[in-house]
Design a protein. Structure first.
Length: 133
């Protein structure tokens, strides 16, 4: 799985514990595939995987007890949603994917979330919390 990030966000992610990964500079174009979008971007391909999302039909719950954040990309989650994950299954890496989830999702540790909020305050990353059960 891979994502394209603005350079400032990519710098924070790349300074964290990624585990195996690939990164390279990217040019980003509009949907017309011709017009370039201003800015510097990086592609990051993640190698750490962990099956941690509870695979029952009750994946999304509305509860205040939150732990790790999850970042949906184009997902149909709302800010009040909480994704349930298996207790004790979170890897040591700061960013990872669950191979059974949509390729549009990845998880970040609290450590990386805090670093992103501190060093990239203008970037709206829409982090959605998880709850270990």
């Amino acid at each position: 799985s891979f994502w394209v990030f603005e350079e400032a966000v990519a710098d924070v992610i790349l300074s964290s514990n990624l585990g195996p990964h690939v990164t390279k500079p990217m040019r980003v174009r509009r949907f017309d595939k011709v017009t370039e979008i201003d800015g510097t971007y990086r592609l990051i391909s993640l190698g750490v995987t962990c099956e941690l999302v509870i695979p029952d039909g009750h994946r999304i719950v509305h509860e205040p007890e939150l732990t790790f954040p999850i970042m949906p990309y184009g997902a149909s989650l709302k800010a009040k949603d909480v994704v349930r994950i298996k207790r004790g299954c979170v890897p040591d890496a700061d960013i990872w994917i669950d191979p059974k989830m949509s390729s549009r999702w990845f998880f970040v540790s609290q450590r990386l979330r805090d670093a992103l909020e501190e060093r990239c305050p203008g970037n709206k990353l829409d982090l959605i919390p998880c709850r270990e059960v």
